[in-house]
Design a protein around this ligand. Sequence first.
Ligand code: RP5
Length: 178
Amino acid sequence: MIASNGSLFYYLTLMSSSSPLIGIIMGSDSDLPTMDKAIAVCQRFEVPWEVAIVSAHRTPQRMVNYAQTAHERGLKVIIAGAGGAAHLPGMVASLTPLPVIGVPVATRHLQGVDSLYSIVQMPRGIPVATVAIGNDQNAGLLAIQMLAAHDPILLKKVQNYRQELEQMVLDKQENLDK
Ligand code: RP5
């Protein structure tokens, strides 16, 4: 029903088989190229995840069902990407007790500023942790860090990742100095 192109089929075949801890949802399959690094982060840290197309305005009941049952199904955090009016992250956040990370998807006419404002400007009481426009990698990392706070093995993986980042910078400097 939701698979409409080759890349989506590709990612659906990669869906975690074990109980997912991170739910990665998006308003349209056209958001998938923006959300693929969040998936890659989950794979890198070997945290089970699931991906779903959930549109707030085209499939509102599906969105309600997904959000209301997410914690019962074992999810710990939801990453939600959307573009334009981008009400998916906020609506999902209003329906689940789980933390929600919003990814503003870049749009053709307003380059994602519309998405950013829609997602980041949540009124008080229902937070959405919003990353920069198109920065699904940070959304994935933030989700991993949320889980790592209660998981020493995952915490160590995060520390190792940070060391890799640091080493990358040092290597670049070394190349410049040559
Ligand atoms: C939003 O509308 C989606 O999140 C997407 O970013 C945008 C455009 O959707 P399509 O027209 O490409 O399906 O709901």
